[in-house]
Design a protein around this ligand. Sequence first.
Ligand SMILES: [Zn+2]
Length: 86
Amino acid sequence: MAGLSLQRHGFGWAVFGPDGRPVSGVYGDIGLAEVRLEQLADRAEAAARRSRRDCLSCGASFMSEGFHHRLCTMCRSGHPRARHGW
Ligand SMILES: [Zn+2]
């Protein structure tokens, strides 16, 4: 869950991060705040999966979105860096 939690904030509810600071706006309805909490948790999970990898094709270092993602943006788009003489 990436350390996110729902807490009362002012007159409503907000999503708080692991450092105890609000990471969302304030919602008057806890149901809306819960939806926001899920969105933020999903995003944090996706970010955690990303890491820097070396492209299998040209060897350039790039930000990978997951295990399946092993080619840099240039190679995925069909324009390998090598072709440009980089
Ligand atoms: Zn590449």
